[in-house]
Design a protein. Structure first.
Lengths: 364, 409
């Protein structure tokens, strides 16, 4: 667990998505106004941010901040429910398909494949059209319906992982002592798949945020039900993004909220991926370690990290996994020659390599 | 040593078989079948009949790919046989009564690094069989007793550990303790020491011997190491290419091996007392099990191969005192045409008698370890091969994954 928290991706991801979850819980309680309340019935012009309205107002003088907080609760609740329901479905289908094999696998995989190729948005529009735009739709129900279109990818991933787990001896050992099938799946295989399940969950939560926002923006879900998507709908409806007016305080906050929440979840997802699959970390690490020790391993396209000027031979030696005394003079001079500059031979063709698990001395 | 071993086998011979394989056959389908072609299969285990006498240790010895692990898994009902039956106390076992069978017969797998679930503690691993079979009177006490039985002391400290905190030998002891938890009558051990350091192998072997001595456990010991089989077992069955080719009391089989393959195995076993390099009686690699050689499956490698060996599978000839050998050399009354030696000339698949003496260390060594054996298996049988007339000029087994094209297509 402590090792997990050493990864900056995980820390930043946790902080971001955690902050949004906290806002979703307490937001509507601390919101200054009701999202529907109009502070003035006479003015028809959105007001920019002010002391009274921190994020300004909409065309009908509703407080944007209050709408953001109220809409955040709905959006995050829907996406978390979608993630949870989809993960449960993915685990049920994926793990049992992978473990049972044979015709059971064929059947379950076929169902998953069908859901995988279903065009999600049109299907959801049809479903929500069928359910009707109730005055106050149920967030849990919305989340569950979105989950129907979002579980299949996770199921396929879990099936593949289960297939590799099933070949492991400890599964055979459990069969030998007479464990039941469901128990092998639930208690022998599933605990080993926790990272996969976690990334599958995060992935579907991101999918849920995007899908719910899209559906609300399209007006498929009741427009009086506040979410980040309905905010964008009303902003678009009032042509807030037109160049002449550009009422940025109206449409930027909900859009940014969607983006930041998604970013937080994605960072968390990447962090877990790297934690589970050390090769993802090692790929960047070994090259960097080698370069820091003055031993370029292979030519690489991309803007390499700029080395801090104060890198000492000792730090370089530590990064290379050797005591400083063991470093020969050539390596030390090579380090000082490259310190503080872009390493020669590296073309500028990509983002700088960032790495979550560098030793502390490299991170300044 | 010899006298005690004989005494042991004397005992063992009297025990009625608990677990028995009758005509057990397992074919694994190969996924590379071309369209329209009949699906080819790997003949992993072919018509094996083997009885495990009660309270004795039976060793199954063979090189990699000989089907010995498949046999152990068939015995454990982990895989279902293509044909043949497993009999427990003389009654055929059906797949329906898994749990009842698991209560009697337990299997310890080869690799202790993957046979324990990394997310569960030692305590969980030992508690489950007790709970599944409702055997625990006091769960904690029983778990501690199990750990002490396999000499993992202090038991209370080991119980809370996770597999990654244990060494290979300790893990294998936990795996054995788990198998013992249900108080089985038969313990199947599939190469229990092959993944362990040499220094701790003896401890595990002595543990198995002790279980047999003190508790009368019936043990099937699967190994590729004939020396450890002799050390531990009462009865040895030698497997080659999915068939049992020789069986009998351990000392008889190792002291006077009657099958050319057993002789090859023994001549290749390292012996520190032997001054000169061993003269290996035979060479080559195990055959292609998708298309096994006709007749005796060992005949392409056999220095004594005769005409009859290519035609019929040799039956098990009784050599007395429970010693059986499936080799035509022990047949009586073969015609001169049948017993005509298979010379290198003409057929190109047989080995000249005695032709492998010396100079072929690497060849036979490769055969014994069976490194990659299945893939370049018995080129002679599969694609006509190249004429091999003399061990000295015989090419050593080619390293690397590429084999004769036959099975690669």
């Amino acid at each position: 667990m402590r090792k997990l928290l050493r990864s900056p991706k995980i820390v930043i991801g946790l902080c971001l998505s955690g902050a949004f979850v906290v806002l979703a819980i307490v937001g509507p309680l601390v919101a200054p106004y009701s999202p529907n309340a109009s502070s003035s019935t006479t003015s028809g012009t959105p007001m920019p941010p002010s002391a009274a309205h921190w994020l300004g107002t909409t065309q009908v003088q509703q407080d944007v901040l209050s709408q953001l907080l109220a809409g955040g609760r709905s959006t995050i609740l829907v996406s978390l429910v979608a993630g949870a329901v989809a993960t449960v479905l993915a685990v049920l289908f994926g793990v049992s398909a992978g473990y049972l094999g044979g015709y059971g696998d064929d059947l379950l995989s076929m169902v998953a494949n069908v859901f995988l190729v279903l065009p999600a948005l049109p299907l959801l529009i049809v479903i929500f059209g069928f359910i009707g735009r109730g005055a106050n739709p149920n967030d849990v129900l919305i989340g569950a319906i979105i989950a129907i279109t979002g579980w299949a990818f996770g199921a396929r991933q879990l099936r593949a992982q289960t297939l590799s787990m099933r070949a492991r001896d400890f599964v055979d050992s459990a069969r030998i002592i007479g464990e039941r099938k469901w128990r092998i799946m639930a208690f022998e295989i599933l605990p080993n798949l926790v990272p996969v399940v976690a990334t599958s969950f995060l992935f579907t939560v991101i999918y849920g945020v995007g899908t719910y926002t899209a559906l609300s923006f399209l007006g498929v879900i009741s427009l009086s039900h506040w979410s980040w998507g309905t905010m964008l709908y009303w902003a678009q409806n009032a042509q807030a993004a037109q160049q002449v007016r550009l009422e940025w305080w109206w449409f930027v906050p909900p859009g940014l909220a969607v983006g930041l929440f998604g970013t937080g979840l994605a960072l968390l997802n990447f962090g877990i991926d790297e934690y589970v699959n050390p090769r993802l970390r090692a790929a960047g690490l070994t090259g960097r370690r080698a370069r820091r020790a003055g031993l370029p391993r292979r030519p690489r396209l991309g803007l390499t990290a700029v080395l801090p000027a104060g890198v000492t031979a000792a730090a370089a030696a530590a990064a290379a996994g050797r005591p400083a005394a063991a470093m020969d003079g050539g390596a030390v001079s090579a380090v000082s020659a490259t310190a503080g500059g872009v390493i020669p031979g590296s073309a500028v063709a990509g983002p700088p390599v960032t790495d979550p698990v560098l030793p502390d001395e490299v991170q300044q | 040593m010899t006298t005690t071993a004989v005494a042991r086998t004397g005992e063992a011979g009297t025990g009625a078989p608990i677990l028995e394989a009758r005509g057990l056959t397992k074919h694994f389908p190969v996924h590379k079948a071309r369209l329209g072609a009949t699906r080819s299969v790997v003949h992993a285990v072919e018509d094996v009949t083997l009885a495990l006498p009660a309270s004795a240790i039976t060793a199954v010895v063979g090189e990699s790919g000989s089907g010995k692990s498949t046999l152990a898994r068939l015995f454990a009902q982990l895989i279902t046989p293509t044909s043949g039956t497993v009999l427990l106390d003389g009654k055929a076992v059906t797949g329906r009564e898994r749990r009842r069978y698991a209560r009697q017969v337990q299997l310890v797998l080869q690799d202790p690094f993957s046979s324990l679930n990394p997310v569960h503690s030692v305590r969980y691993h030992l508690a489950r069989p007790l709970q599944v079979h409702g055997l625990a009177s006091d769960l904690d006490d029983d778990i501690l007793a199990l750990l002490e039985r396999v000499s993992l002391t202090p038991a209370d400290q080991f119980a809370v550990k996770f597999p990654h905190e244990l060494s290979g030998g300790q893990r294998q002891r936990v795996a054995i303790a788990r198998a013992l938890a249900v108080r089985p009558r038969v313990l199947l051990a599939d190469e229990p020491v092959s993944m362990l350091d040499v220094s701790i192998r003896l401890g595990i072997l002595n543990l198995l011997a002790g279980l047999r001595e003190q508790e009368g456990l019936t043990i099937l010991y699967v190994t590729h190491d004939i020396a450890s089989a002799r050390y531990l077992a009462d009865v040895i069955a030698v497997m080659y290419a999915g068939q049992i080719i020789e069986s009998g009391p351990a000392t008889r089989v190792t002291d006077s091996p009657s099958h050319p393959y057993t002789q090859l195995l023994l001549s290749a076993a390292p012996d520190p007392d032997r001054a000169e390099p061993p003269s290996l009686l035979g060479r080559g690699a195990p055959p292609n099990l998708i298309r096994p050689p006709s007749g005796c499956r060992f005949h392409p490698r056999c220095p004594h191969a005769m005409a009859v060996c290519t035609d019929g599978t040799p039956p098990a000839f009784d050599l007395g005192t429970g010693h059986f050998s499936s080799c035509w050399l022990h047949a009586q009354g073969l015609t001169s045409a049948q017993s005509r030696p298979l010379a290198g000339a003409g057929r190109g698949t047989g080995a000249a008698p005695g032709g492998a003496a010396g100079g072929a260390d690497s060849a036979a060594g490769g055969g014994i370890r069976g490194a990659g054996g299945k893939h370049r298996a018995a080129g002679g049988a599969a694609d006509g091969g190249k004429p091999i007339t003399d061990g000295r000029t015989a090419p050593p087994p080619r390293p690397g994954p590429a084999g004769p094209g036959e099975e690669k297509r």
